[in-house]
Design a binder for this molecule. Sequence first.
Ligand code: CAA
Length: 290
Amino acid sequence: SEAARRYESLRVEHRGDALWVTIDRPKAMNALAQAVVAELADLTERLAAALPALDRAASGRPAADRSMGAQPEGEWVCRAVVITGGGEKAFVAGADIREMSAMTADEAHDYSRSMQAVTERLEALPVPVIAAVNGFALGGGCELALACDFIYASANASFGQPEVSLGLVPGFGGSVRLQQRVSPAMARELILTGRRIRAEEALRIGLANRVVDDVAALAEAVDATVAEIAAQAPTAVANAKATMNAVAPLPVSDGLATEAESFRSAFTTEDSRVGRDAFLAKESAHFPGR
Ligand code: CAA
């Protein structure tokens, strides 16, 4: 949190068991200028280093690798990360169009790669990452939300991939992740029309998990879900997330083999011993987090 104070465009605060990261450039609708991407890169690197690392890589090792074990060392500095936008109107209105107007094609490629790296690091964190979408989530903003494990939204939120209206295409993961999150046909309709949709429609198509009345209710809904997560075994939550990441691209039989390896490694944790013993003793579990 010493480091957190040095960020220009991010506010980083502990709230309950979560670390809330607010993209805070409301004058530009929280657009992801290169400086913001650099700060997100720094923050996600620090977080990955500060949180316990599961040996079991989120990128998925071959199921034959018997060395993987869910034995994280270190402290759980937070049990979830929440990403939201500063100000009244926007979550994140995308890549910074003003900056992009002066970019060469190669610079645009680098811009894309650096923000994609941030999204991959969010996916690899051993804690759930929740997008609290409180306004416009457009282009790179929608893509940032898609890199989160799931999305909660306030009723004033809207989503879209308007890149084609600028003669561009999604560059921070949208072509890949929108097809995975909603149906491929719905992703194509949204990306090919550039259409903006309201929160209720995002809910209907499965882009958002929950829509609440306003920003205050959004924070409360996120807090309640974070509390649910924080009551579970830290290593198991991390293992479950890493396993779902690893199996997503796999054929069913390979995915099942990977799942069985994760199930095996869960049995090597103190958390699983504590959890099973507490159940049988009809007590609530106090997980050591290792
Ligand atoms: N980049 C830079 N500045 C932006 C911005 C962006 N993406 N979005 C908004 N702003 C700036 C505006 O230029 C404006 O600045 P000034 O006050 O200096 O004029 C300020 O934020 C407020 O915006 P508006 O006046 O436009 O506010 P509004 O309420 O009328 O509209 C909006 C809000 C619908 C979000 C509108 O600003 C908008 O359409 N923004 C662009 C959305 C977009 O196209 N995003 C995709 C970018 S491309 C991309 O993201 C590529 C990728 O995949 C990586």
